[in-house]
Design a binder for this molecule. Structure first.
Ligand SMILES: *Cc1c(COP(=O)(O)O)cnc(C)c1O
Length: 357
């Protein structure tokens, strides 16, 4: 039996995508082989990857002066690749810290640059975003994390960094709504939250930012390597790329990102609304920066946490345990989480609050 999986990542994928992958598992594309068995140099695989790139460009309206790179790296490899590729002779970099992921990016930036934290929301215990930022005009880039997956804090507007390239770790929010890609120097996202299985990181980079990597940058960490090899320099995580390609087609069939945004906003709003109305649950994030994708909440009586997790699991609602650094619960409700899953969660929460105190 399929359950509603509220895990933060690897996360739920659309049923129809998984079904197609299942149907094609032994004989992909008339090859008599699985996509997991075929050479990444085969025409079939290369065509599939080219189509996935085109679909990604279409879904996100990526301007022509941006490269779309498929990398078989952890998302956090970008914490190093960004400064290695963008710093040139300019060592000053700017970081906005709004939670655990942006902090980790800034800590890695220190290894390669004069990384300056220009805003840090730690006084709020990472429950908010900065009111304003002061960008250094000579910084090589400003890095931020539009959606903090663990803290459940999201920027709903893109910060203005003037001419300084803006770099965004969109791992847990890319594809949740339409995006003006032209506002960014680099956008990157690990696939395992909102695109496909783990093993793939998508990088969308403005073309003038490629080809200037620092001396001694590992070849694998130079964007130019991947640009020049059509994302096939090394052996990629072929199966993940294929499933990501299916998810992009699924997004198109859903009506694209405008349609996704409507559902995602509605899903998150009804959950927050119930949490706010109840005395039993609480979300600490101010309304203007609440995440659409990751909804953390705590129980008024945290001695009930274990019972909540046990009973929700029995009700077919999986992986609601919050991150160990934040505690409580977290419902990750990415694109693949149907609205019915959120309704089922709210029903369960109501039931638990009235029957189990
Ligand atoms: C999950 C996550 C990551 C980590 O991805 P890895 O592929 O494990 O490195 C990085 N940034 C954000 C915002 C995430 O949500």
């Amino acid at each position: 039996m399929r359950v509603y999986n509220f895990g933060a990542g690897p996360a739920m994928l659309p049923d129809v995508v998984m079904q197609q992958a299942q149907e094609e598992l032994l004989d992909w594309n008339g090859t008599g082989m699985s996509v997991a068995e075929i050479s990444h140099r085969s025409r079939e695989f290369q065509d599939m990857l080219a189509e996935a790139e085109q679909d990604c460009r279409q879904v996100l309206s990526v301007p022509n002066n941006y490269h779309v790179l498929f990398l078989t790296e952890a998302a956090r490899a970008q914490f190093s690749m960004i400064p290695l590729n963008l710093c040139r002779d300019n060592a000053l970099t700017n970081y906005i810290v709004t939670g655990i992921w942006s902090k980790m990016a800034a800590d890695e930036g220190v290894r390669f640059s004069d990384a300056k934290v220009i805003a840090d929301c730690k006084d709020s215990n990472y429950t908010t975003i900065p009111d304003s930022i002061n960008v250094d005009a000579n910084a090589a880039f400003v890095h931020y994390t539009p959606n903090e997956t663990i803290n459940g804090v999201e920027f709903h507007d893109i910060p203005d960094t003037g001419d300084v390239p803006l770099v965004a770790d969109m791992t847990s929010t890319l594809f949740s709504r339409p995006l003006d890609v032209s506002r960014f120097g680099v956008i990157y996202a690990g696939a395992q939250k909102n695109l496909g299985p783990a093993g793939l990181t998508l990088v969308i980079v403005r073309d003038d930012l490629v080809g200037h990597a620092m001396a001694n940058t590992p070849k694998l960490y130079d964007y130019a390597t991947h640009r020049d090899n059509d994302s096939l320099y090394n052996t990629p995580a072929t199966f993940s790329y294929y499933v990501a390609g299916l998810t992009l087609k699924w997004l198109q069939h859903q009506g694209g990102l405008a349609a996704m945004a409507e559902v995602n906003q509605r899903k998150s709003q009804k959950l927050y609304q119930y949490i706010d109305e109840s005395d039993f649950y609480r979300n600490p994030i101010p309304t203007h920066c609440r995440s659409w994708m990751n909804v953390p909440f705590i129980l008024a009586d945290d001695s009930r946490n274990a019972a909540f997790l046990e009973q929700s699991k029995a009700a077919g609602l999986a992986a609601l345990k919050g991150h160990r650094l934040v505690g409580g619960m977290r419902a990750s409700i990415y694109n693949a989480m149907p609205e019915a899953g959120v309704d089922a969660l709210i029903d369960f929460m109501k039931h638990f609050a009235t029957h189990d105190t």
